[in-house]
Design a protein around this ligand. Structure first.
Ligand SMILES: Cc1cc2nc3c(=O)[nH]c(=O)nc-3n(C[C@H](O)[C@H](O)[C@H](O)COP(=O)(O)OP(=O)(O)OC[C@H]3O[C@@H](n4cnc5c(N)ncnc54)[C@H](O)[C@@H]3O)c2cc1C
Length: 324
């Protein structure tokens, strides 16, 4: 009799256009450079292939994780079971018409920001300085320098766990600080429509360069990381609090709370997910003790790491969290 994983693999093999790999090292697919292998990694080039893939995954109840640029994920040391997917090819298309820009879910913010700036369209400049796909940014409601992606969004096209397509307005997303309803109900952003304002092309491009310089001055460079590890609590900064607890420079295994920015953990070379989680727990405990504030992760804890975190910090897992 065929084992479930083999059965799933065989069914995925029948989906046209999918590029399928097994036992694929995930550490090269995230900016932390941490994590073990994916049982199955699929590269999905079209919406039709994505819908069929999601249908098969739903049917098999296999664990599923979508990755964008992997700039906000922590992957377990023993990797991810089930299926990990990445959007490629058809999801990298961009089209502009007057002030409106349609971008596929796998387009990077840096790409559309530069492209639209060069066309004399302004708006995306503040979001161009960190690694992100359009889909990942909408899912996270990513933001920088006072602009969040929801401010520019007209609508997002989303494929749900059942393979059905729906169109979400910013209101449907219920965007808050680094959070959207997609994080509860699931769904894959296959494209997004933005509305920008006319601007001077040269000025927009210069602003991108200026903001990027400023961005990199404030962040540790040279060691892999995922930017902010915790969400800022209301009215304060996680980095400031961790700094005041005297934790900058604290090391565990190959991971370190950056000595440049208290809310960034860096991989010094051979960090394990367990090292990062250990530092996160130490920072959370210290901040709770000193400020009576519970820091919450901004980084997405994938696979069993989320349950591990929830168990350790003695909180019930978020109710109704979706599998996608
Ligand atoms: C140096 C550095 C600086 C950073 N600075 C900032 C900053 O200033 N502001 C900020 O907001 N973030 C920042 N980040 C964090 C990160 O870049 C953002 O969260 C980014 O939006 C994540 O996009 P991604 O494509 O890499 O998603 P991933 O990290 O691959 O995934 C993150 C989550 O999004 C989901 N996801 C990815 N693609 C899709 C999709 N198409 N549809 C639905 N869900 C999807 C994934 O399943 C996962 O749950 C920084 C990161 C780094 C490394």
């Amino acid at each position: 009799m065929m084992r479930p994983a083999e059965d799933l693999l065989e069914r995925l093999g029948r989906i046209p256009e999918l590029d399928i790999g097994t036992d694929v090292d995930l550490s090269r697919l995230n900016t932390f450079r941490i994590g073990g292998p994916a049982d199955i990694l699929v590269e999905v080039p079209t919406e039709a292939a994505l819908s069929t893939l999601l249908f098969e995954i739903d049917r098999s109840r296999a664990p599923f994780q979508l990755l964008g640029l992997g700039s906000n994920v922590l992957v377990p040391d023993d990797g991810l079971r089930g299926v990990v997917a990445r959007l490629v090819a058809g999801f990298k298309e961009v089209r502009t018409e007057d002030r409106r820009v349609w971008a596929g879910g796998a387009v990077t913010l840096a790409q559309i920001a530069r492209r639209t700036a060069a066309q004399g369209l302004s708006g995306l400049e503040p979001l161009s300085g960190f690694p992100s796909t359009v889909g990942g940014a909408v899912f996270m409601n990513a933001g920088c320098y006072g602009t969040e992606i929801k401010d520019l969004l007209v609508e997002a096209r989303v494929v749900g766990a059942d393979g059905e397509v729906t169109v979400w307005t910013p209101e449907d997303l219920e965007p808050r600080y680094r959070s959207t309803r997609l994080q509860q109900v699931g769904g894959i952003v296959v494209s997004a429509l933005f509305e920008l304002v006319p601007g001077d092309a040269k000025g927009c491009l210069e602003r991108i360069d200026e903001l990027n310089r400023k961005r990199w001055e404030s962040l540790p460079s040279g060691h892999p990381n995922v930017g902010s590890i915790f969400r800022n609590p209301p009215g304060d900064y996680a980095g400031r609090m961790i700094d005041e607890c005297g934790l900058k420079g604290l090391r565990k295994g190959g991971a370190e709370i950056s000595s440049k920015h208290g809310n960034v953990i860096v991989n010094l070379g051979d960090a394990k997910a367990a090292d990062v989680l250990g530092l996160m727990l130490a920072a959370r405990a210290a901040v709770k003790k000193r400020f009576d504030v519970r820091l919450e992760p901004e980084v997405v804890l994938t696979g069993e790491l989320e349950a591990q975190w929830e168990k350790t910090v003695e909180r019930a897992p978020q109710a109704g969290k979706a599998r996608l």
